[in-house]
Design a protein around this ligand. Structure first.
Ligand code: BF8
Ligand code: SF4
Length: 638
């Protein structure tokens, strides 16, 4: 196995080298063994939707230009794209559904959870038109949960959560195009049907189906999950925590929570605190929970739990030799963690009946026995502490401080220290004066085929330098935090006028400054920047598409990130991806997604006001995003 640089994060370089020397395979070494991805798959022209195939369209006009059934390259590429959208949306929808059921059970007193975000509950209930006066909190919780579950069942009308969050003008546009989703399961099922052999063969229609999936994801996945999680666990508030591998403590029982749905990780945090005495009995100083991926973001946002790793380096966390257990729920969990864990004393524990890994321990988790499951899991970790092989330990001391917890409620609270009556005004004034040129959300993943953190950090630094306000979610937030972009040290990367605004708002709120980039949470929490944009647009009397706002996903790997991007595209926001979206096999599809209004045909920018920007070079990508921001400022008369 060859060692080569894999990450901007020096600690992971050290661990990668160690893993290679020990002959332990990781995603990084596997990626280097297949340096060139399949050119047909990369172009999106490989179809295996039936047993007459697989078929593939010859590249550059050479070879067959149709599959056996007659599907051409445009159809195959659009259909494959829709398949990825479905996968992404289904994951987020399932996240939302589980959270809705958890709220229902908590409201009925049938679970180990209680409603902690009462204010948010009232706010969401009011938005849904639920009468709250004189009703008990549990009653209201039940009504809200039932409204959420209705979004998986209703056969007519529009989704409740779409009506709750979308701008009226957007709904009108989506209705005209016939892409407004009715219910989450219905749309997913319909989309699966249309991608099957012998169904939808119109690339335009298939691309419109992608946009419906974007809306399903945005409202039924992201917003629904964030809202209900805020109701169950409380709205995130400003917290200070730490990133990088120094957060794993040699003297402690270390437990990593990994995955997405915070129902389990919340309980692991709770029981790790309660059972620390038992850890002391086996010679440890206590129990230390660290976060990986979006479960990490969730417990960071609400409890200040430190973060150990984003997606691409998840296996390497085990190579520290100090992890007693890695607890996983759903999504972005590499099966490879189990093989790495077998080289150490680490126990991988799966928790949901539909996400198991051969060889791992499985502890069944359900909301009515969450406390019991969390205790069992924490005790398993404690029992593993004495099994450590001290020869195999690599400990790190470096950590990087980071602020997080920037829910919209927290941002508004900070702004209201400057203007209590009209909290958004200081932000709007800064945008209008040009002190802030625009807003960018840096979102999405880290990708094993990319140099970890480089794209995310570079795009952020370029935008900050040019006075763009940057918010972040998901694994890209890990990248930014690790490289000082979520603490005061990183203020040096900001342009002068942006720094002035961050300091003014921060100082009014009792801090030295706001950090250079604002951590808004996990990937489902992309609902938060979306809501912020909607609030700003409503306040200005314009549409979200008119705002100088962009999204950037420099190191994405996941279909979830693609479908989140599609949600923003349907709202007219430009979205950058730094990784091949696998559509180049169809010039038609590429034109619809990526080419501006200059061509006469149908395209995204003409329909919605924003387009997909595929650019691998993060410096060039930032320059394009800045140009788009300036174009939108000009159109607004700024
Ligand atoms: O939902 S950013 S690698 S962990 S997909 Fe996965 Fe991407 Fe990370 Fe979170 Ni989002
Ligand atoms: Fe080939 Fe058509 Fe079957 Fe796809 S659906 S594998 S293109 S025959």
């Amino acid at each position: 196995i060859h060692t080569q640089r894999i990450s901007l994060d020096q600690d992971f370089e050290v661990l990668y080298e160690k893993a290679c020397e020990a002959g332990i395979e990781t995603a990084f070494s596997r990626a280097k063994q297949t340096p060139v991805p399949c050119p047909f798959g990369s172009a999106g022209v490989c179809c295996r939707h039936c047993l007459e195939g697989p078929c593939r369209i010859g590249l550059n006009g050479k070879g067959p230009q149709e599959g056996i059934c007659g599907a051409n390259g445009d159809t195959i590429v659009a259909r494959n794209l829709l398949t990825m959208m479905i996968e992404g949306a289904a994951g987020h929808a399932e996240h939302g559904r589980e959270t809705a059921l958890a709220l229902l059970e908590a409201s009925e007193g049938n679970s180990d959870y209680q409603i902690k975000g009462v204010e948010k509950l009232y706010q969401v209930a009011a938005g849904l038109g639920i009468e709250t006066s004189g009703k008990a909190v549990e009653d209201i919780g039940k009504q809200v949960a039932l409204k959420a579950l209705e979004d998986f069942q209703k056969q007519t009308g529009v989704m409740n959560w779409l009506a709750l969050h979308a701008q009226q003008q957007s709904i009108h546009k989506w209705n005209e195009l016939g892409i407004t989703p009715v219910n989450i399961h219905l749309e997913i099922s319909k989309a699966v049907t249309r991608t099957t052999m012998g169904c939808d063969a119109d690339p335009i229609n298939l691309l419109l189906g992608c946009l419906t999936m974007g809306l399903v994801d945005g409202f039924g996945g992201l917003h629904l999950s964030s809202d209900l999680q805020d109701i169950l666990f409380g709205v995130p508030k400003l917290v200070k925590s730490n990133f990088r591998l120094g957060v794993i403590k040699k003297e402690m029982v270390n437990i990593a929570v990994h995955g997405h749905v915070p129902l389990l990780s919340e309980k692991i945090v709770e029981w790790s605190r309660k059972l620390s005495g038992e850890a002391k009995a086996v010679g440890a100083a206590g129990i230390n929970v660290v976060g990986i991926c979006c479960s990490g973001n969730e417990v960071l946002m609400r409890h200040g739990i430190p973060a150990a790793s984003s997606f691409s380096s998840q296996e390497l966390v085990i190579v520290t030799g100090m992890l007693e257990a890695m607890i996983v729920d759903v999504q972005c969990i590499m099966p490879g963690i189990q093989k790495v864990a077998e080289c150490y004393h680490t126990e991988v524990i799966t928790t949901l009946p539909y996400v198991k890994i051969a060889g791992s321990t499985h502890v069944d988790f359900h909301t009515d026995k969450a406390d019991k499951a969390a205790q069992d899991i924490v005790r398993k970790a404690i029992a593993n502490f004495p099994k450590r092989d001290h020869q195999k330990i690599n400990s790190f001391t470096g950590t990087v401080e980071a602020y997080a917890g920037f829910s919209n409620e927290q941002i508004i609270e900070a702004l209201s220290a400057l203007n209590r009556e009209d909290p958004l005004k200081p932000l709007l004034d800064a945008i209008a004066s040009g002190a802030i040129r625009g807003v960018a959300a840096i979102v999405g993943c880290t990708n094993v085929r990319e140099f970890q953190d480089w794209g995310n950090v570079t795009v952020a630094k370029e935008l900050l330098k040019n006075n763009v306000l940057v918010v972040a979610t998901g694994c890209s937030a890990h990248s930014l935090a690790k490289h000082n972009l979520m603490n005061m040290q990183g203020l040096e990367y900001c342009g002068e006028s942006l720094r002035g605004v961050l300091k003014a708002v921060g100082q009014a709120a009792g801090l030295e400054s706001l950090p250079p980039t604002l951590h808004m949470g996990s990937c489902v929490d992309n609902s938060r920047p979306a809501d912020l944009l909607t609030a700003v647009a409503n306040r200005l009397g314009v549409e979200v598409k008119d705002l100088p706002a962009v999204g950037s996903c420099p190191e994405t790997h996941s279909p979830k990130a693609l479908v989140i991007g599609t949600y923003f595209l349907a709202n007219g926001v430009d979205v950058h991806v730094g990784v091949n979206p696998q559509v180049s096999g169809s010039q038609f599809v590429t034109d619809v997604l990526c080419n501006g209004v200059k061509d006469d045909g149908l395209n995204l920018e003409k329909l919605f006001g924003g387009k997909l920007i595929y650019e691998k070079d993060p410096v060039k990508a930032a320059a394009i995003l800045l140009r788009r921001i300036e174009e939108k400022r000009l159109a607004l008369g700024l």
